[in-house]
Design a protein around this ligand. Structure first.
Ligand SMILES: [Zn+2]
Length: 461
């Protein structure tokens, strides 16, 4: 067989399977993806009308079925039927992260049965865990947006991809007919752990990259950057990658430059959070990030007042399609701005920019092994007692984890976390947990979940 013939057949088969799945479940993720492929080209006026329709339905749903909002709207004398336009949203209160923690039950809609919702825990950009309910519609639309943005990066259904992400070991999913069929549509997806990036591991990943021949590579910014630097140092030439998608952390210009030159493909940055899913994503023009406006409404405020276009402020998100636990004007903890200009690509999705987004560093062991900082919030999120956490590399081979705990909780209850950390960090680091009353923030007020050993290369410039 000629090289590439197998791939062409796989593409055709994927298209066929995709059409069959869409026809069977038009409201499922693939049907939703088809809708998003259309609506991204609508005019901004058309999109605004769609958002307003969805917003009106969401506010009605919140007032009727979510105790927290019903009480709030009533106490403030707000008639949600009068909120017709996005600008009218300013009259509603802002939802803080702390309130989501404190009013978890009251924020849950009684109209969505427990069987139809799924619990999602977030480590958050600040290392402060949070639990949320999500429903199937939200998940489908989030995946649909994922497919749309992957296609912006040059990937298509049926094609192989590779991800450097938070998985403890090389991830092998469940096997079975359903998984096999999904694999046909989505193409073979290989996930490699971003928590172990020593040279031996990176060499192994380079071999996998060569064998797997992904058209799309995605991952944490710091993991992609470390991988790219390794490939460049070893003189390994990457072939066949059409696009790279980075996320979860601040992308510095020097990182973009190195990643793009090593993978020989454009890098599209993604802004997503566990609470809201995909929020915004660059297209190949990279003139800003396109807001996933069919799902997420973005506002920018400073001291409670709306910011002018082009001015940085706190980002508020309203999730338009999660009926299980709607987030309305939720302060996500990042700063950014709306750009108010059109993108040369012609898509009507508004453009935004994240300002001081995610801050993440990595630990570097004397052995050369590197561990990205996102490991810590990922593990913290499984322990409800942890309010805030930070890993401090006290010595090249020793990590101290400072934890702010809920009232009444103590460090002895976290033996599971201690064991998890030891398992992941051994043999390069010893680990010690310590309870502290509070943690020191960065000069920007943003919490860092990793403080690398001074002078090590783990510190972000
Ligand atoms: Zn664009």
């Amino acid at each position: 067989m000629m090289p590439g013939t197998g791939r062409r057949w796989r593409r055709r088969l994927a298209t066929l399977m995709l059409r069959l799945t869409e026809a069977r479940a038009p409201a499922g993720r693939f049907g939703r993806w088809r809708e998003l492929e259309q609506s991204q080209w609508w005019s901004s006026e058309q999109l605004e009308r769609l958002v307003e329709t969805r917003l009106a339905a969401l506010l009605r749903h919140a007032a009727d079925t979510v105790e927290f909002y019903a009480e709030q709207f009533c106490a403030a004398g707000i008639n949600v039927a009068a909120v017709r336009r996005v600008e009218d949203l300013g009259g509603l209160p802002i939802l803080e992260r702390r309130q989501v923690r404190e009013h978890f039950a009251a924020l849950t809609s009684r109209a969505v049965p427990e069987a139809d919702r799924r619990l999602n825990a977030t480590g958050g950009s600040t290392g402060e865990p949070l639990r949320l309910w999500q429903d199937a519609q939200r998940d489908d639309l989030n995946m649909a947006d994922r497919y749309r943005t992957r296609r912006w990066a040059g990937w298509d259904f049926g094609e192989p991809s590779l991800t450097l992400w938070g998985a403890p070991t090389d991830f092998v999913g469940r096997r079975g007919l359903k998984t096999w069929m999904k694999g046909l549509v989505l193409g073979s997806e290989r996930t490699l752990s971003a928590w172990d990036l020593g040279d031996d591991r990176l060499l192994e990943y380079a071999r996998i990259l060569e064998r797997h021949r992904p058209v799309l590579v995605s991952g944490y910014v710091s993991a992609l950057y470390l991988f790219a630097r390794f490939l460049s140092r070893r003189g390994i030439i990457v072939r066949g990658v059409r696009g790279v998608i980075s996320g979860a952390e601040v992308l510095f210009p020097h990182q973009r430059e190195i990643i793009e030159s090593v993978f020989r493909a454009p890098l599209l940055n993604r802004y997503a959070t566990r609470e809201a899913g995909g929020i915004a994503h660059e297209c190949d023009h990279r003139a800003g990030m396109h807001v996933n406006i069919e799902n997420i409404l973005i506002e920018v405020v400073e001291a409670g007042r709306p910011c002018a276009v082009g001015t940085v402020g706190d980002l508020l998100v309203t999730t338009l399609n999660n009926r299980a636990m709607p987030l309305i004007r939720y302060r996500i903890g990042d700063r950014g701005m709306l750009l108010g200009r059109a993108c040369p690509c012609g898509r009507g999705l508004p453009l935004m920019q994240v300002a001081e987004g995610r801050i993440s560093d990595h630990l570097q062991a004397p052995s050369g092994r590197r561990v990205v900082g996102t490991l810590f919030p990922h593990l913290f999120k499984d322990y409800g007692a942890i309010l805030l956490g930070q890993a401090v590399q006290e010595r090249p081979d020793r990590v101290r984890v400072d934890l702010v705990l809920e009232a009444g909780a103590n460090i002895e209850q976290l033996a599971g976390l201690q064991a998890d950390l030891e398992r992941v960090l051994a043999p390069d680091f010893s680990v010690k947990l310590r309870q502290v009353p509070d943690l020191v923030s960065t000069s920007t007020g943003k919490h860092r979940f990793v403080i690398p050993y001074e002078g090590s290369e783990g510190a972000t410039p």
